[in-house]
Design a protein around this ligand. Structure first.
Ligand code: DGL
Length: 294
């Protein structure tokens, strides 16, 4: 079972592409909508919330978790990998998305000038600057925080006129800069992809979270096949997990290559009706989520 975690809806764009690329696995998506946005929280709080989500997913049968959130990847991943997993969950793994996106951006940029849009916290962490310059020390990085965009997506306001002007205010300082590649360094920003592309008149290559992460995860699973596989308990659910499973609503993919039914479980800490409506828009499919507490 693979867990996909985001502060809210943004990771659904990553979920969609991962499931498209790797349909034969079971997935739990967890959005901490009740506490989103994370982007203005302190590193300690982001770490604490992420640890709770990781505990939840690992104790509900996941053996691999994708942090489908740049803010969480920037602020919590390293500490989790170094100080928490080896002792609490040896043999399980958590992957972030900043390194894979940086690798793709570094190999895409011709002029070695890359712009990054992100939450305040991601930009303050400098995580992209560090990763990109690890790929190539000659890369110049221009960073722009866009703090209000996450709330606009969480409130389904991303297509309104006022959100256009908020977006344009964030993008305006980048006009005249010489970058040829732009990283959407926040999963929520996928929902502004076309507006951002049009703003720069399609002159820059936009590095999206969804497809880029799906491609990198596919490579990872090929190299570590055990992580994506069903664990013994997921084949024969028992105890708490089995009971919880019975309550979860699942989304049949309708695209399976074999008859075995795959688990697509959607959990939110927020309002599940609101989650289902947003998920329908972002996934193009009807799902029924379950509200949980972390
Ligand atoms: N989707 C998160 C990201 O990729 C948004 C963080 C937030 O909740 O502010 O950064």
């Amino acid at each position: 079972m693979i867990g996909i975690f985001d502060s809210g809806f943004g990771g659904l764009a990553v979920f969609r592409e991962i499931v498209r690329a790797l349909p034969k696995y079971d997935y739990i998506y967890l959005g901490d909508n009740a506490r989103a946005p994370y982007g203005d929280l302190s590193q300690d709080v982001i770490y604490q919330y992420t640890q709770q989500a990781v505990d939840y997913l690992f104790t509900h049968d996941c053996n691999l978790i994708i942090l489908a959130c740049n803010t969480v990847s920037a602020e919590a991943l390293r500490k989790l990998q170094q100080e928490y997993l080896p002792f609490k969950y040896p043999g399980k793994n958590v992957l972030g998305i900043i390194r894979p996106l940086s690798e793709i951006a570094a190999s895409t940029s011709k002029n070695k000038n890359i712009a990054v849009l992100g939450t305040q916290s991601t930009i303050n962490s400098n995580a992209y600057q560090v990763e990109l310059q690890e790929q190539d020390k000659n890369i110049q990085v221009i960073q722009q925080a866009c703090p209000l965009l996450v709330s606009l997506v969480e409130d389904s306001q991303e297509k309104t006129e006022s959100s256009q002007s908020v977006l344009h205010n964030y993008l305006a300082p980048l006009v005249g800069e010489n970058f040829d590649t732009l990283i959407l360094g926040c999963t929520h920003y996928s929902f502004f992809h076309d507006q951002i592309e049009n703003f720069f008149k399609k002159r820059v290559k936009i590095i999206e979270n969804g497809q880029s992460i799906a491609k990198k995860l596919t490579d990872y699973i090929k190299r570590h096949p055990a992580f994506g596989s069903r664990s013994a308990s997921s084949l024969r659910p028992s105890g708490e997990v089995a009971q919880a499973r019975g309550e979860f609503s699942t989304m049949p993919t309708g695209r399976q290559e074999n008859a075995e039914s795959k688990q697509r479980v959607f959990l939110t800490t927020g309002d599940s009706k609101k989650f289902d409506q947003a998920a329908k828009k972002f996934l193009g499919q009807t799902i029924i989520s379950q509200k949980i507490k972390l």
